[in-house]
Ligand binder design. Structure first.
Ligand code: PLP
Length: 470
């Protein structure tokens, strides 16, 4: 395999005149493109033969790490196993060959899938209706907030421009509210990691008539169940606001409880997390938005070709059907069991800032022994040497050395025990050979990168790389 840092770009394999295609002889003459549509300069494309291209991309793919390669305990991302039957079902030509503009009566199968998936999502969440249009979790948040804004505006209630967001929230929550033109009011967490009712009461007292909604993640970003939901929902509803549920991390709730029953009015679900579509690196995703009864008119207009990211919709539907009504109830409890098992087996060597039962994930605040100087970053990098994907690090922002672990329900006890013993070994190495841990990874194609340089001076295209190298 070609592991040189520079020299594995397809452009570097290019030779003028090489081709990887052959077209039949043109029997129809040339069509003269209007000048305005013609390129000013030839496209700068690499020129390679087919085999070179195949090898290039095959070797690149071997440098990738995914759930199918090994354990991937990335907190807040739900990197569960994506059953292969999902791929088979979503690749059926009866669905993949549909054209968005073909007559509606010929697309009934696809529409039926959408209807059935919505029905299943309603049953799992306790809400009345869903739109499958949004393409990701963040897109769902924006859509959901627009639903909420539409609801307030329909009542002539134009002053509701503020959204309450907990300080532990996923970064997309305040971002979506801002994109929606709403103002963010942060509510603090208590020492036990849950929304502070006292702080919330003060906010509602001061801002009550301006509150459009409160956004919550439950279990929250620390993996903790928000036990005060009924009181919180009452406070927000009494002042005229709506409750928004960030259901990106619905996984631990499956079969255990439903946001609709807890008083939430609007929510999104990340199909690509909880309902098993390979994701990461920006896609593919799907973030359906659900509403309680009465809010249906504020969902986006539904054209006959509604299905958003249809491949992901198919995978979610296949996943729900293949688990079935009984098995799906095991997802949440097993994900919760796995997380608690890891937490309990490691909390004597990693610092657990908030003790007690967690849901599907939990957060350590780095190693317990702070005298070694080994940081969360070092631990994460060292894990790569042992063939594991790193957990989520330095998020949530509530602790200095956050290390957030989410094992999901799909992992066997053997895999989890293997991870635990490696985490313990790294804790030991931090004491006996800290320099090794601090210079990790030592076995990956690319060693420790300079994060600060990469952030301050990112090299984002080929020409810049050549320029900077010369
Ligand atoms: C992943 C995640 C999101 C964002 O989802 P995307 O599909 O990446 O846009 C939002 N909230 C929480 C809690 C998440 O974990």
């Amino acid at each position: 395999m070609n592991n040189k840092l520079y020299g594995n770009l397809i452009f570097e394999l290019s030779k003028p005149g090489r081709k990887g295609y052959s077209l039949p002889r043109n029997e129809y003459g040339n069509y003269n493109m209007p000048e305005s549509m013609q390129r000013q300069h030839p496209a700068e494309l690499p020129e390679c033969d087919e085999l070179t291209v195949v090898r290039h991309y095959t070797n690149l793919s071997a440098n990738n790490f995914g759930v199918d390669n090994g354990f991937y305990p990335l907190g807040s991302c739900t990197m569960k196993y994506n059953p292969k039957i999902n791929e088979e079902v979503s690749a059926m030509p009866q669905f993949t060959r549909l054209h968005p503009l073909q007559p509606a009566e010929t697309t009934r199968g696809a529409k039926e899938v959408c209807q059935r998936l919505k029905k299943a999502l309603c049953a799992l969440t306790g809400l009345a209706d869903f739109t499958l249009k949004p393409f990701a979790g963040a897109h769902g948040e924006l859509t959901g907030l627009m639903v909420i804004r539409g609801y307030h505006e329909s009542r002539g209630d134009m002053a509701r421009t503020k959204v309450i967001v907990p300080d532990s929230a996923h970064g997309t929550n305040p971002a979506s509210a801002a994109v929606c033109g709403l103002e963010i009011v942060e509510v603090k967490s208590t020492a036990d990691g849950r929304v502070s009712l006292d702080d919330l009461k003060a906010i509602v007292e001061a801002e009550g008539n301006n509150i459009a909604a409160m956004m919550m993640t439950n279990p929250n970003t620390l993996g903790l169940f928000e036990t005060d939901i009924p009181a919180i929902a009452k406070l927000i509803h009494d002042c005229g606001g709506l409750m928004y549920y960030d259901g990106a991390n619905l996984n631990p709730m499956l079969g255990a409880c439903r946001p609709g029953d807890m008083g939430f009015d609007v929510m999104h679900i990340n199909l690509h997390k909880t309902f098993s579509t390979p994701h990461g690196g920006g896609g593919p995703g799907s973030g359906p938005v659900g509403v309680r009864s009465g809010l249906e008119p504020f969902l986006p207009f539904v054209s006959p070709y509604e299905a958003g990211n249809f491949g992901v919709v198919m995978k979610a539907y296949a996943y729900i059907l293949s688990l079935g009504r009984q098995q799906i109830k095991m997802v949440g409890p097993l994900a919760t069991l796995n997380a608690n098992y890891i937490k309990e087996c490691l909390k004597d060597v990693y610092l657990l800032p908030i003790d007690g039962l967690c849901k599907h994930e939990f957060v350590f605040d780095g190693l317990k022994d702070k005298s070694t100087g080994v940081t969360t970053m070092d631990v994460a990098k060292r894990l790569l040497d042992y063939g594991y994907h790193a957990p989520t690090i330095y998020f949530p922002l509530l602790f200095h050395e956050s290390l957030m672990i989410e094992p999901t329900e799909s992992e066997s006890k053997d895999t989890i025990d293997g991870f635990i013993s490696v985490m313990r070994q790294i804790a030991e190495e931090a004491k006996t050979q800290p320099d090794t841990v601090k210079s990790a990874p030592l076995k990956t194609p690319i060693g420790r990168v300079d994060d600060v340089l990469a952030a301050k001076h990112p090299i984002v295209n080929y020409k810049q790389m050549i320029h900077d190298n010369n």
